[in-house]
Design a protein around this ligand. Sequence first.
Ligand code: SF4
Ligand code: SF4
Length: 367
Amino acid sequence: MGGVKVFPSQIQSLEAGTWFKAICGASFQHLPAIRTIAIAYALAGADCIDVAADEATIAAARDGLRVAERLRPEAIERGFPAAPPPLLMASFNDAEDPHFRKAYFDPLVCPPRCPRPCERVCPADAIDFELGATGKPLGVIDARCYGCGRCVPTCPIGAIDTRSFVAKPKRVIGAIISGIDAIEIHTRSGSEADFDRLWQAICPWVNRLSLLSVSCPDSRDRDAIAYLRALAAKISPQLAPVLLWQADGRPMSGDLGKGATVAAVRFGRKVVAAGLPGFVQLAGGTNDRTVTKLQEAGLRLGRGGISGVAYGSFARKLLAPICDELEAHRGRDRLELHPELLWRAVRLAHSLTASLKPALEEARPMP
Ligand code: SF4
Ligand code: SF4
């Protein structure tokens, strides 16, 4: 790794509007699940795997990608795409951001009769009342929590809170740069000073990347597009890698239902209309309805339109049953040791990648 890498296949996907990114989660650090997600989506033809900017997480994803490349010939024989290895992306935030937080509570304050709605609502199985090594109930399992916040309002006694963290890129980036191909900066309108600080830390390394992504949600009270234009003016002149704008519709909600994707398509349309330099991808609420919604919206696909889709909670939820089954094989929980689970996982991942790739190819306007 290291140095700007050439990745013609991924550029082709961006140009064609078939770029697929699997998001493990900017604060999701459950290493066995990350490894499983990386293997399954790599073999299913993903262009990029996006993980937390943390050494152990990147090592787990990298290990998964190595396994996927060993298995690639067999995957092709089984009819899965003859795709090149996906890029590995690390996500940083410039200020407080829901992607970069963890829930916490003290399980000792929970009334014994509480029906535990927090546990039921958690999409990541991150809340557990089993006794830990100290003899105390576990509560929130930090590595599994990805900060969606759904547990917080369910608690009848208001015991659950969240802790945000902001990346320390100066400390982290030197250690991870050789293991990654791309960086994503999470920002929001109004955070220009925080963005500047993060950009100053990332800038010296940026020419060692293949791709830089900027992720931003829409904003009701501020002009998100004016903000993105200001960022583009700041970063484009210094940029060798490909630039990608992530329109983050309704963050971390893709598994909540069909309608979750509407906000991403709406914001994507605004970002496309802004004519920023580089490519645009959708995220935030993306799911198996996103491609249909894109087609219904009549958005241009590829360069100058929507170049691809990033899938987070929906992509992870698809593989959750596989991760659960693997966990039951304590000590033998590597996906490649269980061929039936492995190919089931790749089939599930492929059901999502295939929904994007051929559908968008068909829908692409003729030149
Ligand atoms: S519901 Fe969301 S915020 Fe709460 S513990 Fe689960 S993953 Fe974390
Ligand atoms: S809902 Fe609140 S009180 Fe009930 S188990 Fe969860 S954290 Fe404890």
